[in-house]
Each structure stands twice: as C-alpha cells, then as structure tokens.
Unconditional design. Structure first.
Length: 79
C-alpha cells in the first residue's frame, strides 16, 4: 500500500485493526501495541488520533473511526 496513491499505510491499517478488537483487561492492548507494531502506547495513541481526522481512515473503516470520533468528542466536551 502506498501513501502516495492516497492509501493508508500498512501501519495505519494495523492501528485501526487493533482498535477494532476488544481487550480482556488492562495492559493487554498496550502489550499488543508493543508486540505487533513495535511502538510505544503513547506513539500508538498519537497515530490513532491523527487517523481519526484522516478521510482515508474513515473510508477504510467508517464504523471504528466514527465510534472513536464520538468518544473523543465526548471527552473534549467533559473538559
């Protein structure tokens, strides 16, 4: 997949795939981020937040992106 052709990178697709999953308990998701993507959880959340504003991510996985946008907006409203 090439970003130059307007497609998501493999890492971006993997981030969205991780976010679609449900996690059994605290720490499981963070472990998976480190093991599968080889990045820190902080970097993962930075990438994920940027993806929520990327129209390519919305086109790739509208259900996940819209769900996460709603959660992000709700958190912002509570601040």
């Amino acid at each position: 997949m090439g970003e130059d052709r307007g497609e998501l990178s493999e890492r971006d697709v993997a981030v969205l795939a991780l976010e679609r999953q449900s996690w059994p308990g605290p720490g499981a998701k963070e472990r998976a981020v480190r093991e599968r993507l080889g990045i820190t959880p902080a970097r993962y959340y930075q990438l994920l937040n940027a993806l929520l504003d990327d129209p390519r991510a919305l086109a790739h996985d509208p259900v996940t992106v819209n769900r996460l946008r709603r959660l992000r907006d709700a958190r912002r409203e509570r601040r």
